[in-house]
Design a protein around this ligand. Structure first.
Ligand code: UD1
Ligand code: UDP
Length: 437
């Protein structure tokens, strides 16, 4: 089997690293295609070094550009690469422009797509990431969702439950595999100025490209009575400079700005911090994995399970709210302990093993082919049924050929559809077909 991995930014390299290792452990071929969206060594090459990965086979080199230029160039370059390489399945991870372009290019070539970290939804169409992940999911054949909540989002959008696999998040694999190495090897401790500190990261377009929000956040940081270590994303550096905020932050004695850090250095920094303040997606997941309370500088999150687990709080970007949330965690031991001990919803670090074996099984059993039916299939419509007898999802669908369960409700709430779920006393929504031979 030949697997093509399309990636373009720092978090995709980190979150695909354990899966690349897994593929390379077996007899399969892995072709890594970097779009070049992140191009500075500290945003890209450093992660291949830290994570011991083979360098990409291709780099499309799109660099900084408008989203439309980036996406259209990636798609047309991928056409040649995917055809020449005779790729059996394309894997994309997350919600960046590489994910949208990779999924769309493969879909147009009828190459199946596996979406790692599928099903996340912030329900905020103003975010480029939300649109990217929805389009990528629409182009995909296999959905590797971190949690059951993500699966329910896809069920709601009519995705067949047979293609949805709850695998946890590969960020846990990356954290667990690298934390010990980071603690032994990272040299970042020699440059951190403070014993106790908050880690800050900021880069999302909705914050850093919005001068009002950016100013509010910076105003709040400048007044905080805690030390802050701030590895600065190049996107944010540019916006801080454009808004005359960079110098003010640089001069502040309780804020230490560093370059973007490599993965081992960042893991070390995060694991020794008191709290993380961030708008990053991956860091909301890593903080709950490493038992560090997280305050998210956003108004919504596609990672709501970190909040319901109790490890993360949405603070928005207003000065007062940011200060209030940080103080109420750091000045109250009980609150702090509760957040730090929140149960990680993203699995135990075996996501990449699970994902690899699902792909392998689908490939070997010829289930990766995109092909329509040779018999006439009439779509009859949707039905709702209340089930009163003991019957599992698998048994129901075997008994009722041409009926696919789209959603299960129990006590008014939707449930993740597992083949073994007993449907007794539950309501189901079914998609019904009539097949003629
Ligand atoms: C991108 C993703 C975002 C993800 C983030 C991870 C999209 C739409 N956005 O945002 O979802 O959370 O990566 O970090 O795909 N720049 C450099 N050097 C680099 C990379 C970027 O200088 O190596 C600067 C450029 O000036 C560029 C700006 O940062 O214009 C923004 O880069 P871009 O890749 O468009 O978006 P990110 O903010 O990195
Ligand atoms: N990260 C890193 N160095 C840094 C900041 C972040 O290695 O200086 C890692 C972090 O550990 C996480 C990932 O980058 O795994 C998150 O990427 P980012 O915040 O850029 O993007 P997002 O997750 O929001 O898409």
């Amino acid at each position: 089997m030949k697997i093509g991995i399309v990636l373009g930014t720092r978090p995709e390299i980190i979150k695909m690293s354990s899966l690349i290792d897994e593929i390379n452990k077996h007899d399969d071929e892995c072709v890594i295609i970097h779009t070049g969206q992140h191009f500075d060594d500290e945003m890209s090459k450093q992660f291949f070094i830290d994570l011991n990965l083979p360098l990409p086979d291709y780099n499309i080199g799109i660099g900084s550009n408008t989203a439309i230029k980036q996406i259209s160039i990636i798609i047309s370059e991928l056409e040649k690469i995917l055809i020449d390489e005779k790729i059996d399945i394309v894997l994309v991870q997350g919600d960046t422009n590489a994910v949208l372009a990779g999924a769309l290019a493969a879909n147009k070539l009828k190459i199946p797509v596996g979406h790692v970290e599928a099903g996340l939804r912030s329900f905020d169409k103003d975010m480029p990431e939300e649109n990217n992940r929805i389009i990528a999911d629409n182009c995909s054949s296999l959905f590797f969702v971190p949690t059951k909540e993500n699966a329910i989002n896809l069920q709601n959008e009519g995705i067949n439950h047979k293609d949805i696999h709850v695998t946890g998040n590969t960020i846990v694999d990356a954290c667990k595999r690298n934390l010990k190495i980071a603690i032994e090897k990272s040299g970042v401790k020699d440059i951190i100025k403070y014993d106790k500190y908050i880690v800050l990261t900021l880069h999302r377009a909705e914050n850093v490209d919005n001068p009002e929000r950016l100013k509010n956040i910076v105003r709040s940081l400048l007044k905080l009575e805690y030390n802050i270590v701030f590895p600065l994303h190049p996107h944010t550096k540019k916006s801080l400079e454009e808004n005359d905020l960079y110098e003010q932050m640089l001069k502040s004695s309780h804020i230490q700005i560093t370059k973007p850090l490599g993965y081992l250095d960042f893991l070390y920094l995060l694991s020794k911090s008191s709290l993380v303040l961030t708008d990053s997606g991956g860091i909301q997941e890593e903080s709950i994995t490493l038992n560090i309370p997280c305050v998210t500088l956003r108004y919504n999150t596609e990672r709501p399970e970190t909040i319901s687990a109790g490890g993360n709080i949405l603070a928005g970007t207003e000065e007062k709210e940011i200060k209030y949330n940080i103080e109420s965690i750091l000045n109250n031991e009980e609150v702090y302990e509760k957040m730090a001990n929140a149960v990680n919803p993203y699995g135990n670090g075996d996501s990449s093993e699970k994902i690899y074996s699902i792909i392998k099984d689908a490939f070997e059993n010829n289930r990766l082919k995109i092909k329509s039916s040779d018999t006439i299939v009439d779509f009859e419509g949707y039905l709702m049924k209340n089930i009163t007898n003991d019957i599992t999802v698998e048994e129901f669908e075997n008994e009722n050929k041409n009926q696919i369960i789209e959603q299960i409700f129990y006590n008014g709430l939707p449930e993740f559809i597992d083949e073994k779920t007993n449907l007794k006393n539950k309501s189901i929504i079914i998609k019904k077909f009539k097949q003629r031979t």
